[in-house]
Ligand binder design. Structure first.
Ligand code: FAD
Ligand code: SIN
Length: 521
């Protein structure tokens, strides 16, 4: 199969890039592969919304830039921050033009929410299901574009590079070139060889490396795993963002249901089981301190009290307004018998976002030629050591545009590599020990949650690495002898991502943003 553009992932990053390149040249063939149903993605679960400077009478680019830099704790790339913030409003307008609806207030202005680390109300949202609305509108647009083909239940296994073609690099710009990807058609159990001129990795996050996460099952770090195997540069993956307020339930659901930070922006307060408002001990911004600070405070309070959760108190809030802004959260609480007018909501921290990933430049290009990365799998330098709330949907929009602009400038000079071999499945047989895969996944999650969580130490990190190495060796052995399956590939990518998080954590020598090693405290 040949595609001018091969896009891996159908979240906000993949779909907006697909639309842009497809509109630019209707003769170009754009293929989007996605491993589950087309709407399943981190994007679909986004609640709070998109941060952009909307009304420059009450807000300014400078304030949004400063908030982002403060949250990033000195490690953001300031040039990138400025570019993303300044390009934000134009990208948001495109999203609106594509049919995404954002809530308005009584006067017909956008209803701007607030979240931790933001000095202004600047979050555009669609109730508390912003991501669901984005996926709805974008998929509708994609359906109408005749030159975009979306292949569901298609799992990208590996990028095709010189490693597969055995050809020497003709062009010296970079050591490695991407010629497409091997993709498993999970319904037909067949590996397709898709060659492309340009490939965009938009595979999202890796929250499934942890037991408690807000990320859906698809978030297994595939982009990082694939890129690492192809020898692309990876950076900043030690900065895992833990969301302070996932709903605590027993047994815990996977993914954990999120209680949006916008609820704290709306006035909700955190309490211990004894009723103490504890955030004032940790930051003058209290509940609206940046996410790393609030998550660490909750973790500390849980360790002091020995409780499994803290509470979010909404009892004092305007119920009618709450219902209008957060109908989905309200519905979820009701199903669990929590009347938010009378009862506090039990909440716990959960792995939520990976700030680093596949390194890209300001045009979205990775260190591999003709391979771009966009969205949560990429590392642009915007987030530094901690992402400011609601900056990731914005980042995906800005970088899909920049990747698109760069791609259309080079696509006509590129051709398909005709020497790409078909997938080689010789000496493999059906894996009859699937327990090794399910157990491996659960083990990785447990190791990461116990040893590589909000608070780390050198000893725990070394221990985690040792354990992960063992699972890695067993899994590689299984992979080499098995007919390929998505579950086994996901496990490989989870292990790789987890291992890189440990390795990068061990290299970091000071505490910054979301990274905290108690040896440096
Ligand atoms: P995703 O939306 O995750 O899409 C990735 C796609 O890649 C999926 O379609 C997946 O199936 C596919 N894929 C993955 N691996 C493969 C493979 N090997 N082969 C084929 N397909 C593959 N951010 C904000 O800015 N504001 C918010 O309010 C907000 N709320 C959030 C709430 C929740 C509960 C969560 C989990 C995240 C939230 N975030 C929020 C973060 C934000 O939603 C994500 O960072 C963003 O949506 C990522 O978009 P993406 O396109 O990069 O990846
Ligand atoms: C939330 O709604 O709390 C999530 C926002 C984000 O992750 O940016």
């Amino acid at each position: 199969m040949q595609a001018d553009y091969l896009i891996i992932g159908s979240g906000i990053a993949g779909l907006t890039y697909a639309l842009r390149v497809a509109y630019h040249n209707k003769d170009h063939c754009v293929v989007v592969v996605t491993k589950g149903n087309k709407d399943e993605s981190n994007t679909k679960y986004a609640q709070g919304g998109i941060a952009t400077v909307h009304d420059r009478n009450i807000d300014s680019f400078e304030q949004h830039i400063e908030d982002t830099l403060i949250a990033g704790d000195g490690l953001c790339n300031e040039q990138v921050v400025r570019m993303v913030v300044e390009e934000g409003p134009a990208r948001l307008q495109e999203l609106i033009d594509w049919g995404v609806q954002f809530d308005e207030n009584n006067t017909g202005e956008f209803d701007l929410g607030k979240e931790g680390g933001h000095s202004q109300n600047r979050i555009l949202h669609h109730k508390d299901i912003t991501g669901y609305e984005i996926e709805r509108a974008l998929l509708l647009m994609v359906e109408k574009a005749p030159n975009i083909q979306v292949l569901e239940q298609h799992y990208a296994i590996d990028f095709i590079t010189e490693h597969h073609t055995k050809t020497q690099k003709k062009n010296k710009k970079s050591e490695i070139t991407c010629f497409g990807a091997y993709v498993l058609d999970a319904k037909k159990n067949r590996v397709k060889t898709i060659t492309s001129k340009i490939t965009l990795m938009a595979s999202g996050g890796s929250g499934q490396a942890y037991t408690t996460t807000t990320n859906p099952l698809i978030a297994t770090g595939d982009g990082i795993g694939m890129a690492y195997r192809a020898k692309a540069e990876i950076e900043d993956v030690e900065f895992i963002q833990f969301h302070p307020t996932a709903l605590y339930q027993m047994p815990q659901e996977s993914p954990a249901f999120l209680i949006s930070e916008a609820v704290r922006g709306f006035g909700a307060r955190l309490r211990t089981a004894k009723g103490e408002f504890f955030m004032r001990k940790y930051d003058t911004r209290e509940e609206l301190a940046s996410r790393d600070i609030v998550a660490r405070a909750i973790d500390t309070e849980m360790k002091i009290s020995g409780d499994d959760y803290v509470f979010l108190d909404c009892t004092h809030l305007d119920y009618k307004k709450f219902k209008k802004h957060f109908p989905n959260i309200l519905k979820k609480c009701k199903t669990l018998g929590i009347d938010i007018r009378k009862k506090w909501i039990p909440v716990v921290t959960a792995a939520h976002y990976i700030c680093g990933g596949v390194k890209v430049n300001m045009d979205g290009k990775t260190t591999i030629e003709n391979l771009y990365a966009c969205g949560e799998c990429s590392s642009t330098g915007l987030h530094g050591a901690n992402r400011l709330a609601s900056n990731s949907l914005l980042e995906a929009l800005v970088y899909s545009q920049r990747s698109y602009l760069n791609s259309i400038g080079v696509i006509d000079s590129l051709s398909f590599n005709e020497e790409v071999p078909q997938w080689d499945a010789t000496n493999t047989s059906q894996n009859k020990e699937n327990i090794l895969v399910t157990h491996g996944r659960a083990s990785v999650q447990k190791i990461m949650s116990d040893y590589v969580g909000i608070v780390r130490s050198k000893r725990r990190l070394l221990s985690a690495e040792k354990r992960l190495r063992l699972i890695y060796e067993e899994t590689e052995e299984l992979y080499k002898e098995s007919i390929v399956s998505a579950e086994l590939c996901e496990l490989r990518n989870l292990i790789t991502t987890a291992y890189l998080i440990c390795e990068f954590s061990l290299k970091r020598t000071e505490n910054k943003g979301g990274f905290y090693n108690k040896d440096f405290a």
